[in-house]
Structure formats: C-alpha cells, structure tokens
Design a protein. Structure first.
Length: 294
C-alpha cells in the first residue's frame, strides 16, 4: 500500500512521517536531507515504491505548486542513494522542507510511479492510479464511461490481519503517529504474519513497552502461536519475559550458546557460571523466576 505522501500534517499542524521511515539532516550547514522509505511500500500493480518514483514525483509537483516551486528554488540536487534512500540537497538554508512535503491542501506532493510522474507538468495524467483499498480496473473501462475500480485484495488481507492481532480493521485509515506503542507493536506482528511464516522471530518485541502493555502483547503472541501452530524464536534480555513466554531457553554469551534446556530447568537450577551470574544480577533476584525443578 502507498501512504500517498512522504509526510502529513495532523490537526495540530505538526508534521509526521508517512511513507518515510526516518530522515536525517546533516552535511555542511545542515543542507542535506536524507530520507529512507518504509519497508513494504508498493504501487498497486505490485511494484515496490523506489527512490526514483519519489524524486520524479517531487520534481513534477515542484513545477506546478507554489510551495513546491519555492522548495525547488532552494534545492541544488535530488539523488537516489539506493532504492529506498534518497537525498535532497539544498543550495542554502530553507526551514520549510518538511512543511512543503507534508502540506495538506492545494497541490499536494503525492507520490506516484515514475512512469506516471514523467508526464509533463502541463499535461493531465492519463493513467488512473488507485489509492487505498481500490485499484483502477483498466480492462473493464471504456473511454467516456465512469472509471471502474475494484477492491484491492491486499487491503482485504490487511483487515484480516488487523483482526488477528486484535485491532479494529477500520484503523487501517489512520496515520502511524495515531497509534500507541502497543498498537504499533501489534501492527509489526501483523506485517510479519502477512508472509505466512512457519517461524516467527520476535527480537526484543516487548522491551520498549510498559509492563501492562508487555503482558497484553505476550498474551497475543501466545494466542497467535497456538492458533496458527507457529514456532517462535523469542529474543530478549528480560529474564522474566523469557520465563513467561518460552518453552526452552538458550543462554548466549558473546555469540555462543553456553546453556540450553527447558525453561523450568534453566530458571530453577542453572548450571553454567554465566547463567548463574545473570540471575544474580537480575533486578528482584530474590523473587521466584520459575517453579522449582522436580
């Protein structure tokens, strides 16, 4: 799915990333903006969104819109670093770069396939591009008739996955900044499940969440594991989380597994000195981590 724009403005006029995963301002005099696109962005024909698509879309918009023209006046160069990363290099300071790219009205800098963005700015785009849950059905459309759109099957699958991770499917219309930390983690799980894996790798899946939200996400992971019959590799530094989630535990030190076994055995009677040291250093070490081993 395409989020349509690189940035967007919320009701409080704050700019938030949409198609952009992260951006860095640097270089001499902070004139270089480096943008990295989010993973999984696709045009509705299945092609991935690339830096070339973005650059050409901005150039076309910059030739039509007054804010875009101002941005282009201050822009020395735009170039692709790779398929997901591109740079906008200014010739002098301009403090409205993100505001321009996230403007909410008039000629908005929509991102489109390069082949469409190559259309001269003074000509109307002739190719219909579906947005959100719809795809333009060119095969069933005749010039002069109303445009025909059909449901995007990927959108239907996205709604199923939202339900699977216990989120409202209607939340698909929200922007990323409108979700809480726990909701974003559920969405990350849904994205992973979209690939229909046999093994789900959860790397520090709850480390950035508060205790109550941690419990909710761990219950969700356990429910998904049982419902989909998934194997799960859970990577964590939190001994208590490992005790609650794992059936078997591997303790690693400097990239080497030093102890491996059932969670009850490892937590109830650790054998390796490093494992013992971990438990000794754990906060609340006097509390019981796991039932004693029979």
């Amino acid at each position: 799915m395409v989020y349509d724009t690189l940035f967007a403005m919320d009701e409080d006029t704050k700019i938030h990333p949409q198609m952009v995963e992260k951006y860095i301002v640097g270089g001499p005099n902070n004139l270089t903006y480096t943008f990295t696109l989010r993973d999984g962005l696709m045009i509705h024909d299945g092609a991935p969104v690339t830096s070339a698509d973005v650059i050409q879309s901005i150039k076309r918009w910059g030739g039509k819109d007054s804010m875009g023209q101002m941005l282009m006046k201050f822009t020395k160069e735009m170039k692709a670093v790779d398929d997901k990363t591109f740079q906008l290099i200014l010739n002098e300071p301009f403090g409205l770069v993100l505001v321009a790219l996230g403007k909410p009205s008039s000629n908005v800098p929509f991102i489109m396939p390069k082949r469409v963005a190559d259309t001269p700015k003074d000509k109307q785009i002739s190719e219909y591009v579906g947005s959100g849950p719809f795809i333009f059905d060119a095969a069933n459309w005749k010039p002069g008739d109303k445009a025909v759109f059909r449901k995007n099957t990927a959108h239907a699958r996205a709604r199923e996955l939202m339900e699977l991770v216990q989120l409202d499917p209607n939340a698909l219309d929200r922007y990323p900044h409108q979700f809480s930390g726990g909701q974003r983690q559920r969405i990350c799980i849904a994205r992973a499940l979209s690939m229909e894996p046999e093994l789900l790798i959860a790397d520090e899946a709850v480390s950035a969440l508060d205790v109550s939200v941690q419990a909710q996400v761990m219950r969700l992971l356990d429910d998904i594991r049982q419902r989909l019959n998934l194997a799960m590799l859970f990577i964590t530094h939190d001994l208590r989380v490992a005790a609650q989630v794992c059936d078997r535990v591997a303790v690693m030190r400097q990239g080497e597994v030093v102890e491996y076994g059932p969670v009850g055995a490892i937590f109830g009677a650790p054998q390796h000195p490093y494992t013992i040291a971990l438990f000794e250093a754990a906060p609340g070490k006097d509390w019981e981590f796991a039932p004693p081993v029979d």
